[in-house]
Design a protein around this ligand. Structure first.
Ligand code: UDP
Ligand code: MG
Length: 318
């Protein structure tokens, strides 16, 4: 159930910026075009500067001087999108919160549709991309592979083709803030909290300016983060591989013993021995590596460092 709301609900827009200088003006302009029609609501626009090296911060401050709804959070360095988004969500005071990318790949025009669904009672409104043709073929395929694999090995189902762009009611945001982990795979955390969810569809635009900040390597690490955050299957699977291997080894040993009884000893087999040794050696290294992934994460969690550091906050009253 939705709590009774004040006369004019406040909507928080949360946008992380990392080296998006060229796009700041354009983003605010098209965001304003979309939200100015929603006259029954108040807005706060939280822009997080995630340690940009270009003119992003100064442009954000310029924008905020012209629009008192814009709040700028300057992080002390680049913490990554997930952390920057957490900073924004933590700062948001709205009755609902909408994270949206700065590059206009998430169309602000969808906000009014999301808000309508929210007013009808949805606690989460997901934005699903029905057309990702603006993403490269490789990105679409690897993303699809990731979602499939994740949803097989994890009890938690992450909806396919849904990014961070969504609307969350205050109850959902408060639930999200109770999750204490430092390594924040937001898509997973969003899905983990649950709540009554509705999906709206949209066509994903190409980036308005600039380049993607997610290289193949960064995406790979994000994928590992996602899987290790919500599944123990990569850890457990070695028990079964080991079990299978040892059963096979017992049968094979029996076979060799019997063969030796009947036919006597023969010595060839150096090559096959080497192959088997190399194979199981690398299998063991791999399993150790996977254990390492988890231990590394335990190590980082145990340090209890903050997820992000805010250097300064800017907001200019009218
Ligand atoms: N971003 C960020 N910190 C980072 C990387 C990205 O705040 O370290 C922001 C970026 O400015 C953008 C959003 O995250 O607003 C999504 O990034 P991008 O468009 O590069 O990702 P893609 O759409 O290609 O997946
Ligand atoms: Mg993008």
């Amino acid at each position: 159930m939705m709590a009774p709301m004040a006369a004019r609900p406040l909507i928080s827009i949360v946008t992380p910026f990392f080296n998006e200088g060229a796009g700041v003006l354009h983003f605010h302009q098209s965001l304003k075009n979309s939200i100015d029609d929603l006259t029954d609501f108040d807005f706060e626009i939280i822009c997080i500067d995630d340690g940009s090296k270009d003119e992003t911060l100064s442009r954000l401050i310029d924008s905020s001087k012209k629009d008192s709804r814009i709040i700028v959070l300057e992080l002390s360095r680049n913490f990554g999108k997930e952390a920057a988004m957490s900073a924004g969500i933590d700062a948001a005071k709205g009755d609902c919160v909408i994270p949206i990318d700065a590059d206009l790949q998430d169309p602000p025009a969808l906000i009014s549709i999301m808000v309508k669904e929210w007013q009808k009672g949805a606690e989460v409104v997901l934005a699903k991309r029905i057309d990702r043709s603006t993403d490269s073929f490789a990105k679409r395929k690897t993303a699809q592979l990731f979602y499939r694999l994740h949803n097989i090995v994890s009890n938690l189902q992450i909806p396919e083709d849904v990014g961070d762009f969504r609307l969350m009611d205050r109850v959902v945001v408060d639930a999200l803030k109770k999750l204490p982990e430092r390594q924040r795979f937001m898509k997973g955390l969003f899905a983990w909290v649950g709540f009554q969810t509705i999906t709206v569809e949209y066509v994903r635009n190409a980036r308005s300016t600039g380049k993607t900040k997610f290289s193949g390597w960064r995406l790979w690490n994000l994928a590992i983060e996602g899987i290790t955050s919500f599944s123990l299957v990569p850890l457990k699977i070695w028990t079964y591989i080991g079990l299978f291997g040892s059963v096979f080894a017992i049968f094979y040993a029996t076979y060799i013993i019997i063969r030796t009884w009947i036919f006597g000893i023969d010595l060839p087999g150096y090559a096959s021995l080497l192959v088997v040794m190399l194979f199981f050696g690398s299998l063991q290294l791999m399993s150790l590596g996977i254990i390492g992934e988890y231990i590394g994460r335990i190590y980082f969690e145990s340090k209890q460092r903050p997820i992000y550091l805010i250097k300064k906050q800017y907001q200019f009253k009218k």
